[in-house]
Design a protein around this ligand. Structure first.
Ligand code: GDP
Length: 454
């Protein structure tokens, strides 16, 4: 990649400092065209990791005072020559500085282009690059910690370890099959099956932790559902710790879907408080109810709220039906008024049952315990290897399926050729995960979600 690119790397807002980053073979000469040092040394004379104080100049006029930091390839974020111009962080000022830098010969950097260059120059693997974006978008300490550990290679090491074992086994099978007369170590089918099962167990552990990891980092789509007036908005407010949803004694107050993100213990819930589910003649309310049904179908967790003070009716039973086979918590509400709904009446349809009063703030802790238990996040370890997104999960699942084919071929007495083919096929998806063998399309998809300037 021979072009030199530039972008504003600080947020699109006024701040104490704003940074224009320039990366590529001409980064230093481009920066020199816009930067006039206060001292005697030019940027070309500076070694890497050195800074110079000076001015950003446009012709004869000074645009801003600034500090230029020089990084020399390969010791920079991108692995290329990099100059960072640290100016005063005014929005217009930053745009003017960037415009000067572009006029001096740099091209505008695309989304995630600096990180993409870091990946292409071998500074990061693909899963580590993805964790850069996770780190920027992380909500909460646990999510930050998980992203930093991924950036430091916790997942990459685990995946490489698995890939290395598969490569070694695959090579052994090929040598044993193709060169039986050579001095190749005899191949023990049971031992091979054991080694493949070990790799499968490591990959399975990663897939099993995926939902919990997502709940802590990206958050889980959660819908609060129930018929009108059972206390859905009150529950939403309990979870958010403030009055976001309008709570009234008039049925049908929440006419559309109210969405918020809340951290509950370790878990990030992307909450939707929906219109009460019931038959309505009101055309506006009906649209809200239709939206509520769609949310209910798509949610990863359903918080199904019931009025503990009234016997279950047909509408409640329809909601229970929708909970079957899903991650769902039945909340029998208004227990402060007494309850006529026994937990047994709903337990068969949902994953967990909780009787509480959403009006009572102390019930929040009960919800935390049940949610963490349901999602397996209570003992979440952010330093452990963890799959960060669906792309990584799909790679691991593809690899697992090939390993299982190899093990079953071994156990059913099929030829070692067949076993070898499946073992080899299991390597490819793992290399795709780390980016060692990845198509341009997949790579573009990964960097598409980055912001410009990272
Ligand atoms: P929604 O229509 O399901 O969103 O219900 P709301 O949250 O608007 O609540 C309906 C009514 O029930 C309001 O008057 C709330 O104050 C009341 N309510 C909600 N939760 C409780 C509770 O735990 N105990 C009591 N006594 N009243 C509650």
């Amino acid at each position: 990649m021979s072009s030199t690119v530039a972008a504003i790397s600080t947020p699109n807002a006024a701040g104490g400092i704003g940074i224009v980053k320039i990366s590529g073979p001409d980064a230093i000469s481009v920066a020199e065209r816009v930067f006039s040092p206060a001292g005697s040394r030019t940027l070309s004379e500076l070694p890497g990791f050195h800074a110079a104080f000076g001015s950003v100049v446009s012709g004869d006029s000074v645009l801003d005072q600034c500090i230029a930091i020089v990084y020399r390839a390969p010791k920079s974020y991108t692995g290329e020559d990099v100059v960072e111009l640290q100016c005063h962080g005014g929005l217009t000022l930053m745009q003017l500085v960037l415009r000067l830098v572009l006029a001096a010969g740099a091209e505008p950097a695309g989304p995630g282009e600096f990180t993409k260059r870091a990946f292409l120059n071998g500074k990061l693997d693909l899963s580590e690059a993805e964790s850069v974006m996770d780190l920027i978008g992380a909500h909460g300490e646990q999510a930050v910690s998980a992203a930093v550990h991924a950036l430091e290679g916790s997942l990459s090491r685990e995946i490489r370890g698995c890939a290395d074992t598969l490569v070694a086994e695959s090579a052994h099978i090929a040598a044993w099959v193709d060169y039986p007369d050579e001095d190749v170590e005899p191949l023990d089918r049971a031992e091979l099956a054991g080694n493949l099962k070990n790799v499968a167990a490591k990959l399975e552990a990663l897939t099993e932790k995926f939902d919990a990891g997502q709940a802590v980092t990206a958050g889980v789509e959660t819908v609060i559902a129930g018929r009108p007036n059972v206390g859905k908005s009150t529950l939403m407010n309990l979870l958010l710790g403030r009055n976001r949803s309008i709570v009234t004694a008039v049925a049908g107050t929440t006419r559309d879907v109210i969405e918020e993100t809340a951290r509950i213990g370790n878990v990030v819930l992307r909450l939707s408080d929906t219109a009460g589910l019931h038959d309505s003649d009101d055309p506006v309310e009906s649209i809200g109810i239709e939206m509520a049904h769609r949310k209910l179908d798509r949610a990863a967790i359903i918080l199904a709220v019931f009025d503990g003070n009234e016997p279950l009716n047909d509408e409640d039973r329809q909601i229970l039906e929708a909970c079957k086979g899903r991650h769902s918590i039945a909340i029998i509400n208004k227990t402060d008024l007494g309850t006529v709904v026994p937990e047994d009446a709903v337990a068969g349809s949902v994953s967990r049952v909780l009787s509480l009063s959403a009006k009572d703030p102390s019930c929040y802790d009960q919800l935390v315990v049940v949610l963490e238990d349901l999602l397996g996040t209570a003992d979440f370890d952010p330093s452990a290897a963890m799959l960060a997104n669906e792309r990584q999960l799909a790679c691991v699942n593809r690899s697992l399926s090939c390993i299982r084919d190899a093990v079953s071929a071994l156990e059913n007495g099929l030829t070692l050729d067949t076993v070898g083919l499946s073992t080899e096929a299991a390597i490819e998806p793992l290399l795709e995960l780390t980016g060692e063998r990845v198509s341009d399309t997949v790579m573009e998809q990964v960097f598409e979600r980055f912001c410009v300037g990272k």
